[in-house]
Design a protein around this ligand. Sequence first.
Ligand code: NAP
Length: 269
Amino acid sequence: MNHTGQDIDPHVVAITGASSGIGWELARKLAADGAHVALIARRAERLSQLEAQITATGGVARAFPCDLTDTAAIESLPDRIGEALGAPHVLVNNAGRGAHGAFEAVDLATHHQVLTINLDSVIACTHAFVPQMLARGKGQIVFVSSVLARLPAPEHAVYAASKWGVSGFAESLSYELGPRGVEVVLVEPGLVRSEFAAQASTPLARYRRVPSKSSAQAADEVHWAMRRNARHHIADRVVASLIGVKRHWPRFFRMIFAVAYRRVKRQQP
Ligand SMILES: NC(=O)c1ccc[n+]([C@@H]2O[C@H](COP(=O)([O-])OP(=O)(O)OC[C@H]3O[C@@H](n4cnc5c(N)ncnc54)[C@H](OP(=O)(O)O)[C@@H]3O)[C@@H](O)[C@H]2O)c1
């Protein structure tokens, strides 16, 4: 993969949230490309399983179990990865979680956990990995945000806030880092079938009419964006059109969105 317009072979890619869903599938794709992948998440046994799977097919992967709410652990990651695989060229900020429910019914500690993993840890990881990339004058930071950074998400309001934060952070950072050789890639997927909904207690049956993608399809979108250094990729055409409606006809958008939300709420979970 030519991720910065220069040939780097093999390149080292650190992926957070590699123990399931989009991160798991993306790690497999990048390893198949020849990247050496550093697999980061809390569930060590899952990471070892993926490491074994990639190694068995001739790829190079190494598990780095880490709780991304632990800032000291994040700070040590670039050196730990550097010793095992070589200095990382690419960081994929993919780990995340949600918490479904009426805003006032979800306890404040849970709201804070969502912000910590989705936004604080993304800033901390980027802060930890960027200096080495800037020193080399090349690299790539990938942000897996969400279309909910552009659209309202009732009953996922704090999740939406975290993703608005991620997208704003990524977009702003791209102006700072791009001219210094570090590309920023921002991907905003729509609904993805992964462990996310169960973890967030989202009553998925209510959203059965919303188009969704498999984790492998979502990983394909991220992979595509990485290969092209796409600064902003909304990985869902229907949602991209909705965002256009919101921007140009906000009152009309509010009306149709409110009707759609009432219908969703009426569905049995
Ligand atoms: N699913 C969707 O509909 C959807 C839509 C748009 C965007 N996204 C975004 O896509 C990304 C990946 O989500 P997914 O759908 O693949 O969900 P997923 O299967 O639940 O994966 C989430 C990953 O984040 C990791 N993670 C969570 N908390 C962590 C922590 N404290 N420390 C380290 N790792 C942690 C999990 O690993 P461990 O539990 O092993 O730590 C897991 O590997 C997230 O940022 C999500 O917000 C998802």
